[in-house]
Write a protein that binds this ligand. Structure first.
Ligand code: UD1
Ligand code: UDP
Length: 358
């Protein structure tokens, strides 16, 4: 039986793993390695519970640190597992440090790499995710691109691996779990909010949390939005807000409900019933679009350009006036084209691996 080894470590990696795991576990000898990049219950274990993913076989326990520390430690610790398991293929997901380190460890140790979510580009090398995804794509043997645009990016860069258009695994995951979120989650009652009457906010990208001007502007905007806001706060953001003395301002606002990061089922229910979404996340942009919720993005660039072109995602950067104005004014186009695939990306990826690797 073909042995496939998946490397995951951070929240978005787990969601993507959930899109392929049912197929991988059926069709391959599937080994799952968790790097330990994310370790809090709310950023890690809750996803295995909510998305019904089986326990990882290895936990590398790398934890937080600088990019150099995190990537170096993952490469070192993963190499040992690779030599022990000798997989036919190593699969990495998305664009986190665990993605890049997984790909580097594998290719350096002589194992073939497949990249789920290949070909995305923001064309901004100051974003750590852009470096991670570009390098990963260039060392991968199989490149699973979610969109036509991603395929074009890969062809333009003359990557050496084989490119396949598969659709986005986030669609598979959302389609599977969306029908049951209303039954399974009581999050709206717990937070005492009414459907359609609140905005969901997420902020965690380095360009916003580590830049005091950007974070200050985002907080200023949130304090000036005259609607209810539910803001599940990533620990990186909570730390930065605390350091800059901004956390208390948000806590004191009557409109704003701050929560811990939510598990997938609760989070999707929150987005599904929201009026609008404000985010800097890659995954949340797509989920808002798929659920038909207008999405305002706190960045100047996005790797999901098709959603902007379709008129469903609005890039506003961090100018407070622009953010507040777009909350009032941004309405997506009436038509919502199916830009992210048919919800069968996971199955497709598994059958390509089956025919490519023997
Ligand atoms: C990482 C990804 C980012 C992704 C995000 C999703 C990289 C470079 N970035 O960013 O692309 O969008 O995950 O959530 O891989 N922390 C905790 N508990 C945890 C994990 C982290 O408190 O379980 C805190 C630590 O203070 C840590 C900080 O968050 O230093 C940042 O964590 P890190 O894993 O370096 O990056 P993220 O910001 O989470
Ligand atoms: N997410 C969640 N709870 C939250 C915030 C996000 O379950 O409080 C989910 C969301 O569905 C998204 C996934 O986490 O698909 C990963 O997104 P994140 O914003 O962490 O990372 P990015 O996609 O920006 O890399």
């Amino acid at each position: 039986m073909v042995k496939v080894l998946s490397v995951v470590g951070a929240r978005p990696n787990f969601v993507k793993l959930a899109g392929v795991e049912p197929w991988f576990s059926k069709m391959f000898d599937h080994v799952v390695v968790h790097t330990g990049q994310h370790y809090d219950y709310e950023l890690s274990r809750v996803f295995f519970e909510h998305l019904d993913i089986r326990e990882p076989d290895y936990y590398l326990g790398v934890g937080s640190g600088s990019h150099g520390y995190q990537i170096g430690e993952i490469v070192k610790r993963l190499e040992e597992v690779l030599f022990k398991e000798r997989p036919d293929l190593v699969v990495v997901y998305g664009d986190t440090n665990s993605t890049l380190a997984g790909a580097l460890a594998a290719v350096k140790a002589g194992f073939r790499v497949a990249h789920v979510e290949a070909g995305l580009r923001s064309f901004d090398m100051s974003m750590p995710e852009e470096v991670n995804r570009r390098v990963t794509d260039h060392v991968s043997y199989l490149l699973f691109a979610p969109t036509e645009n991603a395929v074009r990016n890969l062809k333009r860069e003359n990557v050496l691996g084989k490119i396949y258009l598969t659709g986005d695994v986030h669609v598979d995951v959302l389609n599977r779990w969306m029908p049951i979120v209303d039954k399974r989650s009581r999050i709206l009652d717990l937070l005492d909010i009414d459907p359609g009457e609140y905005i969901v906010v997420t902020v965690h990208r380095a360009e916003n949390t580590d830049n005091p001007v950007n974070l200050g502007n985002i907080v200023k905007a949130l304090l000036n939005i005259p609607y209810r806001i539910v803001f599940p706060v990533h620990p990186r953001t909570r730390n930065a807000l605390g350091r800059m003395g901004l956390l208390r301002k948000l806590e004191e606002s009557e409109n704003i409900v701050l929560t811990k990061p939510l598990g997938y089922i609760d989070f999707i229910k929150m987005v599904k019933h929201s009026w609008k979404v404000i985010t800097d996340s890659g995954g949340v942009q797509r989920e808002a679009y798929l659920l038909g919720i207008p999405c305002i993005v706190l960045r100047d660039r996005t790797e999901w350009v098709e959603l902007v072109e379709a008129g469903w995602v609005k890039l506003v950067g961090t100018d407070p006036d622009k953010i507040v104005k777009s909350v009032e004014e941004f309405e997506p186009k009436e038509s919502k084209p199916g830009l992210l695939g048919d919800g069968r990306a996971g199955e497709r990826i598994a059958s390509i691996i089956k025919s490519e690797i023997s």
